[in-house]
Design a protein. Structure first.
Length: 149
């Protein structure tokens, strides 16, 4: 399945981008205030949460078949912001990278039939983990640039 291979490749590339991105951030930068009360460190943990959710759903669906996994993204993001802010900056980086690796392994281990079923029916799971990571790296970059001016 070409789509699955494209996701696997994009996810791997985004993980390497995330590694380089995180390595370039200072502790001070990781604690820079961002919109809605976030910081770059907490945004990285946010990414980790969603990557770990993807890994967990894939494991569940591999065992039980694809089924409903309803969620309210806005409520989850708001409810997790405060505990994510409590995680020290370097630990946030470690967790984000570990979660990205875990999600990448889970997507890469999918067989084509299950990947197709997830794409068709797994509406709350994106196999393309790269898009989410890159979106937040861009948000962090914008916040850091605004701070510099």
């Amino acid at each position: 399945m070409d789509t699955l291979q494209a996701f696997i490749s994009a996810n791997a590339a985004a993980l390497e981008e995330l590694r380089a991105f995180c390595a370039a951030l200072s502790d001070s930068e990781l604690l820079t205030p961002m919109p809605a009360g976030w910081t770059p460190a907490s945004v990285l943990v946010h990414c980790a949460f969603w990557d770990l959710r993807a890994e967990a759903l894939i494991a569940k669906w591999q065992a039980e078949g694809v089924g409903p996994a309803p969620l309210d993204t806005d409520i989850i993001n708001e409810a997790t912001r405060l505990p994510f802010l409590a995680i020290p900056p370097r630990e946030a980086v470690r967790v984000a990278l570990a979660a990205s690796e875990a999600a990448n392994r889970a997507v890469a281990a999918l067989d084509e039939a299950l990947a197709r079923e997830i794409l068709e029916h797994g509406t709350t799971l994106q196999l393309d983990r790269a898009e989410h990571r890159r979106m937040h790296m861009e948000e962090i970059t914008v916040a850091l640039a605004a701070r510099a001016h």
